[in-house]
Structure formats: C-alpha cells, structure tokens
Design a binder for this molecule. Structure first.
Ligand code: GLP
Length: 247
C-alpha cells in the first residue's frame, strides 16, 4: 500500500490525474473503473484539461462502480448522467465505450437480473487496469455498505441511512434519494490490477484510518483494500489527520 498525502484537495486531484495519465499511456486498451461522488471531480477536470495527452482515447473503455436503482439514465442524479456531464462528453467518449449497471427498474427480479448482467459484462471486459474509488463516511466503497459479510459479485443493495443522508445534498429533498442501488461487489473491485483510493476532508478521516489500519471487516467495507496488492491512497491533510503510519 502506498499512501500519498497532499496539502489540499486540488494537489491531491492533480497527482491522481498524473498517475492515471501515466497508466493510460502504458496500456494500449485500458479499462478504467470509475467512481462518482464529489471526490473525483477535480481529478476528472484535470484529465479533461489534459485530454490531448491521452493518445489511445478511442480504445479506452470504462466501467462504473454503481448506479441508483429506479432513476432513469437521463435523470440528473443518475450516475450515468453524472459521468456523461463530468467526464465522458468532455473527453468525447462514444456511448459504447462506457458501461453501467442498468438500474432503471425497481422491480426486484429485473433489478437482480440487471446486477447479474453487469457482473457478466465486467467478467467479459476483463480486470480493470485501475479502479478509482472514493470513500463513504461509513467506509463504503462503491455502494458496498457495512454488512455482516463481504458480497463478492455485483448486487442490489439497500442504502444505509447515513448514505441516504449524506447523498441527500445532491437531491431537492431527502425523500427523493433512492433507497437502493446496484453496486459492483467486493470481488469486482479487488480484481482491478491497481486501485486508487481518493479521500478528501476531515469527515472521512475516521473511516480512512480504520480502513487502512483497523481490522479487515465487512462492517467497514474499505478495509478489504488492505489486501489489495497494488493500492495507492491519495488523500489530503484533513483526511489523513488520524493516520498513524506506525500502526
Ligand atoms: C457515494 C458513491 C461512492 C462515493 C461515495 C463518497 O455514495 N456511491 O462511490 O465514493 O459516496 O462520495 P463523495 O466523494 O461525494 O464524498
């Protein structure tokens, strides 16, 4: 595990973009595992600013971690829409280059089938060259919420109360936040050849310290990353406040 601590969010984001551009330059046809949330936004902006450096852009494929259940793909808070607005349209990625779980139906059987179909697609596309991750305040990665067991495959998940609360800032009201999502599972994340975990702000300090130095437990899903052979943590000072490398 490599932990890189930066003075602030901007420096962290530029460094993560640098590392991502270096990986992109090494791979003929990279598969990028991407994340939503506010944390990766500045890294995406840096990638857009330097898009001329990405010579193999038309051979890049992307897979996203998760999607809310029951939002149509063109809903402004759907993750597909977020990625389209924040990154894909600015890079000029064609629709066929990016992949998401099809989570528009609330019907339980259709949702399960969509999760299975996404898992099959992930296996077919192959391991991610790199998986970008943010961190939930409760230690979730993607939408793998604290639970009694790690769930390996893509699955339908009930969002934790804290996640609904944290994500309500993006919706007009708390009631509008979807209660369920489809998320890549823990095995899907751990399959990635490299993982970049991006963490910013004091609100994440406790989850980050427990993820990196606490016991590996499904109650703090990000703790599984301790077992990843190539994890790089990009964090700012505020998020790193409780890190004690002596541990
Ligand atoms: C969301 C997403 C995660 C993201 C996390 C943190 O619920 N499903 O993939 O990493 O919350 O979001 P933020 O970066 O906005 O703090």
């Amino acid at each position: 595990m490599q932990i890189k601590i930066f003075e602030n969010y901007e420096e962290m984001s530029v460094a993560a973009a640098d590392a991502l551009l270096a990986l992109l330059a090494r791979e003929a046809a990279p598969l990028l595992g991407l994340a939503t949330g506010s944390t990766p936004i500045a890294m995406y902006q840096e990638l857009i600013r330097r898009r001329d450096e990405i010579e193999n852009l038309k051979y890049v494929k992307t897979v996203n971690l998760d999607e809310y259940l029951g939002l149509p793909a063109d809903h402004p808070q759907s993750y597909r829409y977020f990625m389209q607005e924040q990154l894909f349209k600015c890079l000029g990625l064609a629709p066929g280059q990016s992949h998401f779980p099809h989570a528009d139906s609330l019907d339980p059987k259709e949702a399960e089938a969509a999760a299975e179909a996404y898992e099959a697609q992930l296996l077919e596309l192959g391991p991610q060259t790199v998986q970008i991750l943010g961190l939930g305040e409760n230690g979730h990665i993607g939408f793998n919420e604290p639970a009694d067991v790690f769930i390996p495959a893509t699955h339908v998940v009930d969002l934790a109360e804290g996640t609904i609360q944290a994500n309500s800032r993006f919706f007009a009201s708390r009631e509008e936040v979807p209660r369920q999502a489809i998320t890549m599972g823990i095995a899907g994340i751990m399959r990635a050849r490299e993982v970049f975990l991006l963490v910013s702000g004091e609100k994440k300090a406790d989850a980050l310290a427990r993820a990196l130095y606490g016991p590996i437990s499904p109650q703090l899903p990000a703790s599984i990353l301790q077992l990843h052979p190539k994890l790089t943590v990009f964090c700012d000072r505020a998020a790193a406040e409780l890190l004690n490398p002596a541990q």
